[in-house]
Structures are given as C-alpha cells and as structure tokens.
Design a protein around this ligand. Structure first.
Ligand SMILES: [Zn+2]
Length: 343
C-alpha cells in the first residue's frame, strides 16, 4: 500500500499520474482549440494540455505560480461535440487566466461567505470560481448552448430539470439535483448572464475588458441565487463532517494514504480530516453515523447530498462486491435521510 502523504508539492503529480501531454499528432483538434484559447485569454501562466484520467471532464491544475496544466478526461471528451469541448477547454484555460482580473468583483461576495459555516463558504466560493470561468468561456466561444449542454449532463430525465433552471432562474434547485448543486447554480447564473443587459457587450469586448459595473451587477444576481441556501449551521457542519469521515473510514479511507487525496480534501471543508478519521475500529465509525443520524435527517441542504455523494463515489469506485457496496450505501442513505442513488 502506498502511504505517501499528499502535500501541495506532490498533489499535482498524483492528480496527473494517469495522464500524458496531448500531442499535435494524436489530438490535433484539441491542440488547436487549446492554443487558440491561450492566446485569446492572454494567460500569463505557461500552460500545457494533458489527456488521461481525471476526476471530472476537465481540471485546471496549478503546477506553480508560473505554470499550469489543463487536464481533460479521455473518456468524457469522446462523447462530447466539438462545441462542448471548446467550451470545456475555454473554461479550464479561464481558471488559469482570470482570477486576478476578477478579484475586486468577488471581494464583496467572499466577505459574505466568510460569515457562513466553513463548508457552505467553501462551496459558494468554489461555485463563484466556476461561474467566473463560465462567463469567460461563454464570451470566448460565443456559444451558450454548448455551456448548457455541458452543464446539464447526459441523463435525459435530469437534463430536463437542469435546462428548466436555465430558464427559471428564480426557482429553487429541486432536491433531486442537490448532489449536483454546483452545475444547477451555474446554469441559473448562465441564464441570468445571457438575459442581462451586459451580455452582448461582454461578447464584443471580451471578459478582461468588461469588468466593473457589468460584473458586479451579475454578482448581485448570483448572491440572490445563494440566498435560498443559507440555512446551514456550524452544528450541521460538524455533524456532517463526522458522518462523512465515518463513512469514508468504513470504505477504507486513511489519512496517510494518497489514494484518498480527493476525499480527504473534500472532508477538509468540514474541519480537520485527521480528527474526522480518528477511529480505532470500524464499529466505532458505525456508531458515529448512528449517533448523528437524527440531527442530520433534519438538515435540508445540498451539502448533505454532496457529502453523501463523496462517500458513495468512493465506495462504488473501490468496493468490488456490488452487494456490499449497495448495502452499506443503503445504510448510510437511511441514516442521512437521502435517496440512495446508484452512481
Ligand atoms: Zn471549472
């Protein structure tokens, strides 16, 4: 067993371990779009493109302050249209390009976030970053349909619910989409963007020239989207962290095992992962789930579904016996009060 501890220094090589640089010979179209986007977005960071296994369709990996990677998942991009791939690449390049340009616009929102419990603040900050990258990508690609298609996924039933959010931006996200809350809010923010008075201006001059008033207007709308989901307390956060840690421990997660890097990072939103994973036996972990069960059943918040989803994803990807996985996830879902979906 590899028990190397993940640090900021080696986390990137772990994330990139199953990937290799995209070459002109093998991926001419990807390279062309990527080079084009780098030029258009004036990215100061030295970027390279890699293709392989990623935990989502695309990931922006910061290797150093001066260098970064855009990693695309080889399987996911096989099923995408060229327009959607272009949106995805533009979005990932934007993660490397835009932050300093938008700092001022986001400060107000970030200050609000600091007053909410940590997992909620981190979730919102993450979604804000995604929305910024979406704005840049839509303005570079001039194609909002590709963005909607990318965000609404390929499950036909859920797709209808997602697309509905794009058109009905004042609606709350249905509970069925809570585990993918990020995509749902991004679709609503996108809906506001393309129906705004500043959208065509943005397309004309590009994102870097169009900051200031237009984006702070947009940010006010995004703030309103979040206002439905502020009912989440510190007590909710610690109960969820405890149960998530217990679930991951039962699934085999240990603090010093780098294969659990992503899960430990997700757990870190709730507090100290070392404490959440501090069990002597698996039975102790089961006890923690049951002790917190009643409190957590009373929580009606996307974070509960997201936390369950992290554990469920870990169990499905690591447990060979489908019956064992199903039984454990049924137990966990029951205690949390969520639907046990098959991932
Ligand atoms: Zn992103």
């Amino acid at each position: 067993m590899n028990t190397e501890i993940i640090t900021a220094d080696n986390a990137n090589s772990y994330v990139l371990r199953n990937s290799r640089p995209a070459t002109e010979a093998e991926h001419p179209q990807l390279c062309r779009i990527f080079n084009d986007m780098k030029l258009r977005q004036h990215c100061e960071r030295d970027l390279s493109l890699m293709v392989g296994t990623a935990y989502s369709s695309g990931v922006a990996v910061k290797v150093s302050p001066q260098a970064g990677v855009v990693l695309l998942d080889a399987d996911d991009i096989m099923n995408m249209t060229p327009d959607v791939i272009e949106f995805l690449i533009a979005h990932e390049v934007a993660h490397h390009s835009i932050f300093h340009a938008f700092d001022a616009a986001t400060v107000a929102t970030i200050e609000t976030l600091c007053r909410t419990p940590m997992p909620l603040a981190r979730l919102m900050a993450r979604i804000c970053n995604e929305i910024l990258a979406d704005i840049a990508a839509v303005s570079e690609c001039r194609n909002v349909d590709a963005a909607v298609e990318f965000l609404s996924g390929d499950d036909d039933e859920l797709k209808t619910l997602y697309v509905d959010l794009f058109f009905n931006r004042d609606n709350q996200v249905p509970e069925k989409l809570y585990y993918c809350f990020e995509s749902a809010i991004r679709l609503q923010a996108l809906g506001f963007l393309v129906n705004s008075e500043y959208y065509f201006g943005l397309l004309e001059v590009g994102v870097s020239a169009q900051r200031g008033q237009a984006l702070s207007n947009h940010w006010n709308r995004v703030d309103k989207l979040f206002s439905h989901y502020l009912d989440f307390s510190e007590a909710d956060a610690s109960a969820l962290g405890a149960v998530m840690g217990a679930g991951l421990y039962i699934a085999g997660c240990r603090y010093d095992d780098q294969r659990w890097y992503l899960e430990i990072e997700a757990l870190g939103d709730y507090g100290d992962p070392l404490q959440f994973l501090d069990f002597k036996t698996v039975e102790d972990a089961y006890d923690i789930i049951e002790i917190n069960s009643q409190h957590i059943r009373g929580i009606k918040h996307p974070l509960k579904h997201i936390a369950y989803d992290v554990v469920a994803g870990a169990v499905w990807s690591r447990e060979d016996d489908a019956d064992v996985a199903e039984e454990f996830l049924g137990f966990l879902a029951d205690n949390l009060g969520v639907d046990a979906r098959l991932l």
